[in-house]
Design a protein around this ligand. Structure first.
Ligand code: AOS
Ligand code: ZN
Ligand code: ZN
Ligand code: ZN
Length: 424
């Protein structure tokens, strides 16, 4: 299904008056509001192909209706999101869940929806039907060289798909680790992983990046071979300039200071990008900003400060992606909410009175520093985010319009009630 731009315009017309009132008030509150709106228009967040279907847990999965059944339908779903918010202009594929059959057709379909291909993801955490060896005891870390080679070859295969589609980064997330003390020799596991990553790194085109994601636990519960930012940093440091660390917000031990990690990685020029989501306990993959919006704001505060200091391009120099999916909400509504929360945090961070903050820090004025940050966090910037959408032809209220247009019902009509997206 394609969204009629006329319907978006009609929706905006209906809301225009109340929007203008809010916007005018916000403009009077925030000094650099115009610059913020422009940055929001440019900002895009990639949608992971695996978030378009209802996620499950190890206990079960409750599929929603009208889920995409093919790569083509996943692209159409992201196209819908992008039409509604003009901020989801890229899709991230996971191989082999999303193997393209015909590159030209897939590229043409994506172009029709104004979508680019973000990072391609490899999968060595599941055994594939046609693979010779099992990853039961790990992939890039495996004690068996032949198994490591199979995993390396898969990653190189993924890079090739990415090249065909015009992607320019590979995200590697490893489930590798151990479940019991004594199962692994940590040093050997590290060295094997490093050697395998080096082989993958050598296959990267010159203008590509390799993102190495870390995760504290799950599916292994005693050790993970790339368990935290320091371990990822140690690998990417050895690999070379094209290798960077990827921060998934749900992959930390409880109460980790993620904003400080982000600041340090950025300073070291080793921050690759993000998998945004929210969590209370672990890798919960809940909607971004659903639980800890202040943390999300503080992360963006470090990003804006660090990127501006380094003269980086906010829209292009990091990989912005969502990695969220769970088994309750309509996935498309959930993704619209995540994008909105990320844009709000970004806009708030852009509105921080940075000069005043620098001064407060220099004077050790702790109270003032907190006032400055919380003032930005508590100022309602939703009208700026909505204005960015309005100016780029998207909807003032994406979730509301999605419901008004009965998009899910239409999708169920097209695809059926009992569909199951490929993925987890
Ligand atoms: C897994 O926990 C990671 O977040 C990865 O990014 C993974 O590839 C993705 O979530 C799909 O399972
Ligand atoms: Zn992730
Ligand atoms: Zn995860
Ligand atoms: Zn996650």
């Amino acid at each position: 299904m394609l969204l009629d731009s006329y319907k978006i315009a009609a929706h905006n017309d209906d809301l225009l008056k109340s929007h203008s009132n809010k916007l005018n008030f916000t403009l009077s509150e925030i000094a650099n509001a115009e610059a913020i709106i422009q940055k929001l228009i440019d900002f895009q967040i990639a949608i992971p192909s695996w978030a378009l279907g209802t996620g499950g847990t190890r206990f079960g999965r409750f599929a929603g209706g009208g889920e995409p059944r093919s790569l083509e339908e996943k692209i159409e779903d992201v196209g819908l999101l992008h039409a509604l918010n003009n901020a989801s202009g890229a899709i991230s594929l996971h191989i082999p869940w999303d193997i393209p059959q015909n590159y030209n057709e897939i590229k043409a379909l994506a172009a029709q929806h104004n979508l680019k291909f973000d990072a391609v993801n490899s999968n060595t955490f599941q055994d594939q039907a046609d693979s010779k060896y099992s990853y039961r005891y790990g992939s890039l870390q495996n004690v068996n060289k032949a198994i490591r080679k199979q995993a390396v070859d898969h990653n190189i295969e993924v890079i090739k798909h990415g090249i065909e589609l015009g992607s320019d980064s590979l995200t590697v997330w490893l489930a590798d680790g151990s479940n019991f003390p004594g199962q692994l020799n940590f040093r050997n596991a590290y060295e094997n992983t490093l050697e395998s990553l080096q082989e993958i790194y050598e296959a990267l085109p010159a203008d590509w990046k390799l993102f190495l994601e870390y995760k504290s636990a799950e599916p292994n519960f005693y050790s993970t071979t790339v368990a935290d930012w320091g371990q990822s940093y140690s690998y990417v440091q050895k690999l070379g300039d094209k290798a960077k660390t990827l921060v998934d917000l749900g992959h930390h031990l409880p109460n980790a200071n993620i904003e400080q990690i982000v600041s340090l990685l950025l300073m070291e020029n080793k921050l690759g990008g993000f998998h945004f989501n929210d969590s209370k306990y672990g890798d919960d993959d809940l909607t971004a900003g659903a639980l800890k919006p202040y943390q999300l704001f503080l992360i963006f505060n470090e990003l804006v400060e660090g990127m501006d200091t380094r003269g980086m391009n906010h829209a292009k120099d990091l990989g912005w992606m969502i990695d969220a999916s769970h088994n309750i909400k309509d996935p498309l509504e959930d993704l619209l909410q995540s994008v909105e929360a990320i844009m709000i945090a970004y806009a708030q961070a852009l509105s921080v009175d940075r000069k005043a903050l620098v001064q407060a820090q220099a004077e050790n004025d702790v109270v003032r520093a907190q006032e400055i940050l919380q003032n930005a966090f508590r100022t309602d910037v939703r009208a700026l985010v909505a204005e960015a959408r309005l100016r780029s032809g998207a909807a003032l209220r994406p979730v509301e319009l999605y419901r008004q247009l009965n998009v899910r019902k239409e999708l169920i009509g097209e695809r059926g009630l009992k569909t199951m997206a490929t993925g987890l």
